[in-house]
Design a protein around this ligand. Structure first.
Ligand SMILES: Cc1cc2nc3c(=O)[nH]c(=O)nc-3n(C[C@H](O)[C@H](O)[C@H](O)COP(=O)(O)OP(=O)(O)OC[C@H]3O[C@@H](n4cnc5c(N)ncnc54)[C@H](O)[C@@H]3O)c2cc1C
Ligand code: FES
Length: 257
C-alpha cells in the first residue's frame, strides 16, 4: 500500500482516561493492506504554532467500516490540540508510513511487550498474528495502576500480563521484572516490543541472553516522517538509518545497542 496524503474524518472519539484518548478515523481508501507497526503522521491543524506533523502508531484497523484507530497520550501542544478535534472533523494525514513487524512461523509462541503508550501498536499486531498463532502473550507495563488501560481489548486478542511500578495492578516492577520474563522467556520464539528506549534496551539484553528473536519499534523524534529531513536517524550495523522510512521496526541484531 503506497503512502498518500489523506483527509480522514473523525468517526469516533473515545476519552480513555485523563491522559489518553482514541480517535477512530474513516478512510476513503481501503485499509485491508495496512500492516502492524506502521504509523501515520498528522498535521495538527487545530494548533497555530505546531508546525511539524506528529507521528502516531496504527492502534487498530476495523475493516468492516474502514476506520483506523490511533491511541494518543497527551504530552505536549500537538497531542493536546488533537484532543480538541470533534466527531465529523477532518484530519490531514500521511499514511501508511514505515515498515512493519515481521510475521512469526505458524504456531510460534510470541510475546508482545508495550510500555506506556508503546502499547498502541500491540493491539493491531496481536489481531494480525491471531490467524498465525494462538500462542500470543501480551505484557503491558506502566508506572501506575490507572495507566493500565484497555486491558479488556487486549484480553480479546491474547493472554494479558501486567506490571506497574507502584504495584497496584499486576506484578510490581518493570516489564523485565515480570515472572514470565524470568521463567518462560526461553520458551518464547519471538518478542515484539514498543516503549521507552531504556525499557527496550533491557528487553533486548534479555532476548540476546536467552537467544530469542526480538524486534523493537523505535520512537525517535520525527520531522518529515518519510526519509527527507534525516532528523530521525539511528545507528545500525549498516550505518545510519532513518527510523521513519527504514523503521520504525528494527531487529535488535541490526541495532548498535
Ligand atoms: C513512529 C512513532 C509512533 C508513535 N506512536 C505514538 C502513539 O501511538 N501514541 C502516542 O501517544 N504517541 C506516539 N508517538 C509519540 C508521539 O509522536 C509524540 O508523543 C508526539 O509527537 C508529541 O507531540 P506533542 O506536540 O504533543 O509534544 P511535544 O511538545 O512535541 O513533546 C512533548 C514531550 O514529548 C516528548 N516527545 C515528543 N515526541 C516524541 C517522540 N516521538 N517520542 C518520544 N517522546 C517524544 C518530548 O521530548 C517532550 O518531552 C509515536 C512516535 C513515533 C516516532
Ligand atoms: S523524520 Fe525526516 S527523515 Fe525521518
Amino acid at each position: 500500500m503506497n503512502k498518500t496524503v489523506q483527509r480522514l474524518v473523525v468517526e469516533r472519539k473515545e476519552i480513555v482516561n485523563s491522559d489518553n484518548f482514541i480517535l477512530s478515523l474513516k478512510s476513503p481508501i481501503p485499509l485491508v493492506d495496512v500492516q502492524a507497526g506502521q504509523f501515520l503522521s498528522i498535521n495538527v491543524e487545530k494548533s497555530k504554532d505546531v508546525f511539524l506533523r506528529r507521528p502516531f502508531s496504527i492502534h487498530d484497523v476495523h475493516y468492516d467500516n474502514n476506520t483506523l484507530d490511533v491511541l494518543i497520550k497527551t504530552v505536549g501542544p500537538g497531542s493536546a490540540a488533537l484532543k480538541d478535534v470533534e466527531v465529523g472533523d477532518e484530519i490531514d494525514t500521511i499514511f501508511p508510513l514505515g515498515n512493519s513487524f515481521s510475521k512469526p512461523k505458524k504456531g510460534e509462541k510470541v510475546l508482545l511487550i508495550g510500555g506506556g503508550v508503546g502499547i498502541a501498536p500491540m493491539l493491531y499486531l496481536a489481531k494480525i498474528l491471531g490467524p498465525i498463532t494462538s500462542n500470543i502473550n501480551i505484557l503491558l507495563g506502566s508506572r501506575k495502576g490507572e495507566d493500565q488501560i484497555l486491558l479488556d481489548r487486549y484480553s480479546e486478542v491474547g493472554n494479558v500480563l501486567t506490571t506497574t511500578e507502584d504495584g497496584t495492578v499486576g506484578e510490581k516492577g518493570y516489564v523485565t521484572d515480570h515472572s514470565f520474563m524470568k521463567n518462560e522467556l526461553e520458551n518464547v520464539d519471538r518478542i515484539y516490543c514498543c516503549g521507552p528506549e531504556p525499557m527496550m534496551k533491557s528487553i533486548a539484553k534479555l532476548a540476546k541472553e536467552k537467544q530469542v528473536a526480538c524486534e523493537v519499534s523505535l520512537e525517535n523524534m520525527m520531522g518529515c516522517g518519510f526519509g527527507v529531513c534525516l532528523c530521525c536517524v539511528t545507528d545500525t550495523q549498516e550505518g545510519h538509518k532513518c527510523v521513519c522510512s527504514d523503521g520504525p521496526i528494527f531487529n535488535i541484531e541490526d541495532l548498535k545497542w
